[in-house]
Design a protein around this ligand. Structure first.
Ligand code: KIV
Ligand code: NA
Length: 275
């Protein structure tokens, strides 16, 4: 398993970091087998696997449940688990208790939190407790209601300057990496240049230290909205749909199961049964 030190080295050597979300045992296993450097158990699971229309309803229990399955599927990969909406604001002692529980129960390598401002304190407290933290700046899905939707961030000079300052603050607070979401590529490149820690982009262009995408987006699996910054690398969803269609037709028309799928009894047992 790679460590936070190795991710720093990857940045220095311009060796791109690959991060992918996973939410269960098989997705984690595939990610690990294909050499994904970091798996994110994102609270995006609320949308892509639980069917909510935002990440707000996701609970700590949901995150722990899915993260445990991911850990079972990818025992040798650096696993990052999102702290969900409302679990790290307000009382710092409560936040710390929640983070400790999530970290201990899931066997994660790091936790991720959105934002700077009052979250800077959260980052330093978690790190001083011994929990590696990844920060998340730019578009903050947990704050979409306040931001006025899922919009590109940092487009004005003032907003860009604030994001650079926030990035420096989360680094100073001890974050081991930062995810930047939906910002202009020029700003992403600048943040990547000024930070010593790895910068993982999503909708932030190519001039960053690594990329993260949502599993279901990479594979076009599911029916949720797919953002502009996504590339589909394999249309797995289509393949799954046609498989289910074929199965349904085969049962209806009697072509499944075939003789090779069935079990049988010995003749003398049958004679005994029917006389
Ligand atoms: O929850 C998630 O999938 C994320 C990524 C989009 C970075 O936070
Ligand atoms: Na997230």
């Amino acid at each position: 398993m790679k460590t936070t030190i190795e991710f720093l080295k990857m940045k220095e050597q311009k060796d791109k970091i690959v991060m992918l979300t996973a939410y269960d045992f098989p997705s984690a296993k595939l990610a690990e087998e294909e050499g994904v450097d970091m798996i994110l158990v994102g609270d995006s699971l609320g949308m892509v696997v639980l069917g909510y229309d935002s990440t707000v309803p996701v609970t700590v229990a949901d995150m722990v449940h899915h993260a445990k399955a991911v850990k079972r599927g990818a025992k040798d990969t650096f696993i990052v688990v999102d702290m969900p909406f409302g679990s790290y604001h307000g009382n710092l002692d409560r936040t710390l208790q929640t983070a400790i529980e999530m970290f201990q129960q899931t066997g994660a390598s790091a936790l991720k939190v959105e934002g700077a401002d009052d979250v800077v304190n959260v980052i330093s407290s978690l790190v001083s407790t011994g929990i590696p933290v990844i920060a998340h700046l730019g578009l903050l899905p947990q704050s979409a209601a306040v931001l006025g939707g899922y919009k590109v961030q940092g487009k004005t000079a003032d907003a860009a300057e604030k994001l650079i300052q926030d990035a420096l603050k989360v680094e100073a607070a001890g974050a081991c990496a930062v995810v930047i979401e939906c910002i202009p590529y020029q700003l992403a490149a600048e943040i990547t240049k000024v930070l010593k820690i790895p910068v993982i982009g999503i909708g932030a262009g190519a001039d960053v230290d690594g990329q993260v995408l949502v599993y279901h987006d990479v594979l076009a699996y599911g029916t949720h909205h797919v953002p502009k910054f996504v590339e589909t690398f394999a249309p797995a969803g289509e393949l799954m749909r046609s498989g289910i269609e074929s199965y349904t037709n085969a049962v209806k028309n009697g072509s499944f199961p075939k003789p090779e799928h069935r079990f049988t009894m010995a003749d003398h047992q049958l004679e005994q049964l029917y006389g």
